[in-house]
Design a protein around this ligand. Structure first.
Ligand code: ADP
Ligand code: MG
Length: 646
């Protein structure tokens, strides 16, 4: 151990090695040296305040508790001064001459072995101790990333009031000797003589932005060349009941640069299973997480008011990416590297609590303020849906999903799965859905006809991702999810007709049935490879025909999505189902019976197929389609004129 009495001391060999590593590779980002020095100054002020609160009298009691930073361009000198607890000769050598020696850690250890003072504030927490940032004893050395020479002049606030000066170039040795003139009345002045390549830290705007970025929420005023830089309180550490809504709003706006107030604020103070405070906001505007804002999410991570990382993505899952805010934990070392941060168990634990609390909050909003919840859903539902990936919370996420549906009157009304269940008739165990670009398309989809007449609600899925969500969820409360397109013929047979059903036409005789089967064969001949099969439908009420996928295959919207990915715009080969009770089909049957080769049958079959394809969402050859339509119109117009003898 070095002797404080000697003037010059060698750093111990291993210290020198570690110093080299520290200054060259511990921090990828040089500017954080300032964060470390400010944190140390803040710790020193905190320790002083704590001792004063216990009744001790410091030197120069009128000196303000603040941190002063000044720039001297001529001398290439950056100075950080605090009127804090200071260090005596021995402490200068001990704390700054030994790596991984933290005076702060010792201070905290001592604090824990002392019983709190009796009196009015007995039984109170020790708020000052919680503020102390340092405890690892390496932060100070980061100064040598930017300084070629460092002087630390310090006069302890208690005990012997003698000032000493510690000097080092950070390479091999340091010295401690009595300070001459210009030593502070109390506390510590750190003078960094900057290296040639660190001249940027002599620019006021640069220094100011570093302070704002990393140390904006320090509990003491920071003055740069006399003017105050930090003014925001670390709102997340203040007791909830003392904070007004305006304060939350202001904090949110400073944090996000959003001009609008947030939709909601969520303030968490958690002690178990992990200690942290967090302030999270739900913005009142949508973000484009699937485009421009792809990576622009995450929670700002602080430890004891000092910024560790902006937009940390381990603290919150992607489906909650709409939350903006900060989290602060005391249990994280300040000088933790990004790599270690990533594997940190602590962050994972915080993440779990954040998810739990966020879901609690959303559930409460959905219950108590459905209107606000709907607003939330319209703004952020798109990303929140991805929560179906969160297996442990799947049930809770499912309950929070919202959809438009056939039972709602308005196109922008919303329902949840639980409400859907309460409306379902006895015996229903499936959430039925249809994918469509909009409400009109969903209602006109021939597959939904049967459901309408049975009074069975169909959820309308307007976004491509919705079907993946349904498939991903698989089940909710023992009910499964199914597309109406994949509903088997007998899916609804046990349910009674609820809504008026179009008058049923006279059933076909056996002979007519046979003729009809031949007509379908003829139609298949006409359509050729365009369809896999033409068959009688049992799912239609009012439409003459519908295209269906061969059993068990995917829905048409899923298929479209895949085709987009494969840059394929051809419709896939499906089955054409026809409604043999429809007037069109009955008329076609008559024509067919009179002459199976009638050319009008060709035009009609193609027209029917075209219409089905359109309803399925495909317009692949618009020109050819228009030609066929014109052909059909010409033919029917001519026939009409002939019949009416016009
Ligand atoms: P840490 O802050 O993690 O303890 P540092 O390397 O940053 O480690 O600092 C080492 C020690 O030096 C601190 O614990 C503290 O005891 C002492 N120290 C550093 N800066 C100051 C200061 N401005 N005033 C008083 N003590 C200080
Ligand atoms: Mg420190």
């Amino acid at each position: 151990m070095t002797q404080a009495k000697e003037k010059t001391h060698e750093f111990r060999a291993e210290v020198r090695k570690v110093l080299n590593i520290l200054t060259h590779s511990l921090y990828t980002n040089r500017e954080i040296f300032l964060r470390e020095l400010i944190s140390n100054a803040s710790d020193a002020l905190d320790k002083l305040r704590f001792r004063i609160s216990r009744g001790e009298k410091p030197l120069a009691p009128d000196m303000p508790l603040e941190i002063r930073i000044s720039i001297d361009k001529d001398k290439k000198l950056l100075t950080i001064a605090d009127a804090g607890i200071g260090m005596n000769e021995g402490e200068l050598a001990e704390n700054l001459g030994t790596i991984a020696k933290s005076g702060s850690e010792e201070f905290l250890a001592q604090l824990n072995s002392v019983t709190p003072p009796r009196g009015e504030d007995a039984g109170e927490e020790r708020p000052d101790a919680a503020n102390i940032v340092g405890r690892f004893g390496i932060g100070f050395y980061s100064i040598f990333m930017v300084a070629e020479k460092v002087e630390v002049v310090s006069r302890p606030a208690f005990g012997e009031a003698v000032a000493h000066i510690w000097t080092s170039d950070g390479l091999g040795a340091y010295s401690v000797e009595p300070a001459g003139d210009g030593a502070p009345e109390r506390g510590t002045v750190v003078k960094a003589y900057l290296k040639e390549n660190a001249a940027e830290f002599l620019e006021k705007f640069r220094v100011e932005s570093v302070i704002r970025n990393h140390s904006a929420f320090m509990p003491f005023p920071i003055l740069l060349d006399g003017s105050r830089v930090n003014s925001e309180p670390a709102l997340w550490l203040e007791p909830k009941f003392s904070i007004k809504k305006e304060q939350y709003d202001t904090f949110y706006k400073t944090l996000t640069y959003d001009a609008k107030e947030p939709l909601d604020a969520l303030h968490l103070s958690v002690d178990a299973p992990v200690q942290f405070n967090a302030l999270l906001f739900i913005p009142d505007g949508a973000q484009d997480f699937f485009g421009a804002d792809r990576d622009f999410w995450g929670i700002d991570l602080y430890t004891r008011r000092v910024l560790i990382q902006r937009r940390n993505k381990d603290l919150i899952p992607e489906y909650l990416a709409f939350f903006k805010g900060v989290a602060d934990t005391e249990d994280l070392p300040l000088n933790i590297s990004r790599e270690t941060l990533q594997e940190n168990v602590l962050l994972r634990k915080i993440n779990q609590v954040v998810v739990k609390q966020a879901l609690n909050h959303l559930e409460k909003t959905a219950r108590d303020n459905p209107e606000k919840y709907s607003r939330f859903w319209r703004l952020h539902g798109k990303i929140f849906k991805l929560g179906y990936h969160d297996f442990p919370n799947r049930e809770r996420v499912s309950a929070l999903l919202r959809f438009n549906s056939s039972s709602l009157d308005e196109s922008d009304a919303l329902t949840g799965l639980d409400d859907y269940m309460t409306r379902a008739p006895e015996g229903q165990k499936t959430f039925w859905y249809v994918s469509a670009p909009n409400r009109e398309a969903a209602r006109l989809n021939p597959h939904t006809e049967r459901f309408r007449s049975k009074g069975i609600e169909v959820l309308y899925l307007y976004e491509p991702v919705d079907e993946f969500v349904m498939e991903g969820l698989g089940k909710y409360k023992e009910w499964d999810f199914k597309s109406v397109e994949n509903a088997p013929d007998d899916a609804l047979s046990t349910f009674e007709d609820k809504n008026e059903v179009s008058p049923k036409s006279v059933p076909l005789s056996e002979e007519e049935q046979n003729e009809c089967a031949k007509l379908l064969d003829r139609m298949k001949d006409i359509l050729g490879d365009k369809v896999r099969e033409v068959r009688v439908s049992h799912r239609l009420e009012n439409s003459p025909s519908v295209l269906v996928s061969p059993d068990g295959s995917m829905t048409s919207s899923m298929e479209k999505l895949l085709k987009v990915m494969q840059k394929d715009d051809s419709p896939s080969i499906k089955i054409l189902e026809v409604n043999q009770n429809h007037p069109l089909l009955r008329a076609m049957l008559k024509i067919f019976r009179a002459d199976p080769q009638d050319s009008l049958l060709v035009l009609m079959t193609r027209g029917l197929f075209d219409a089905s394809l359109l309803l399925d969402g495909f317009i692949s050859e618009p020109q050819a389609l228009a030609l066929r339509m014109n052909g059909l119109l010409t033919e029917t117009a001519a026939l009409y004129a002939e019949v009416r003898k016009l």
